[in-house]
Design a protein around this ligand. Structure first.
Ligand code: DX5
Ligand code: ZN
Length: 216
């Protein structure tokens, strides 16, 4: 599979969000990555339904919604309704993960499970067959522009082996500190989807960076 690029709008210009959405629409990017933070699961608050509903009206690519919220079951229906294609929940935030991922799928969205940097891949053994994507956090979630954690690379390799062994359909997504230096190594390790915020939106030519990430 050719890899996918998902720019994270957390690093976009919120005063000119429409402009950045149109840039992504016209670019080589595949998805919009939307980071929802509740100030409880992570020490930051980002945006919620009204913003996502507006983004959905302008976005011409699927919305990849990353929920960094406590007890996400409460809001899954609303995130689906707001226009989500993928809904990813944190392993660490769900008491009944199997129920949660099936709820996401029953609503007609694709289900992703996210692992924080400290959460080992082997904890996915009993859920890997039920998910459409695993998101490996390569920074501690909560903020854009952080330094990439190198240990994410062996985790991706381990996850790739688990997916192969179990014949799971799950994609591997990587999020946090992705740049042009580590992207080739992430893809070599087995990543299918690269999220990038700061690398794209702090550049003078964001669409050019997206194209470079896509053409690796
Ligand atoms: C961090 C978010 C990321 C973030 C990535 O909690 O999940 O999606 O926006 O930003 P960069 O690429 O700048 O690390
Ligand atoms: Zn994210």
């Amino acid at each position: 599979m050719n890899h996918l690029i998902a720019p994270s709008l957390l690093s976009a210009d919120f005063l000119n969000l429409e402009m950045d959405i149109e840039m992504v629409n016209a670019s080589a990017a595949d998805w919009f990555h939307l980071d929802v933070m509740d100030g409880m699961f992570v020490p930051n608050i980002s945006f919620g339904f009204p913003v996502i509903e507006k983004i959905a009206k302008k976005a011409r690519k699927p919305l990849d919604v990353h929920l960094m919220i406590v007890d996400p079951d409460r809001y899954i229906g609303r995130f689906k309704k707001a226009g989500s294609y993928f809904i990813s929940v944190h392993y660490e935030a769900c008491n009944h993960l199997h129920r949660t991922v099936h709820e996401i799928r029953n609503l007609g969205a694709k289900a992703g499970v996210v692992l924080n940097p400290h959460t080992p891949v082997h904890l996915l053994d009993d859920i890997i067959r039920d998910v459409d994507m695993i998101l490996i956090m390569s920074v501690n979630p909560g903020f854009g522009g952080q330094k990439f954690i190198e240990h994410s690379i062996p985790k991706i390799e381990q996850l790739k082996a688990l997916i192969k062994e179990t014949k799971s359909p799950a994609l591997i997504e990587v999020d946090g500190g992705v740049d042009l230096e580590n992207a080739p190594r992430l893809l070599k390790a087995g990543a299918d989807v690269l999220v990038a915020g700061n690398t794209i939106f702090s550049a003078s030519d964001p669409a050019g960076i997206i194209l470079q990430l896509k053409n690796i």
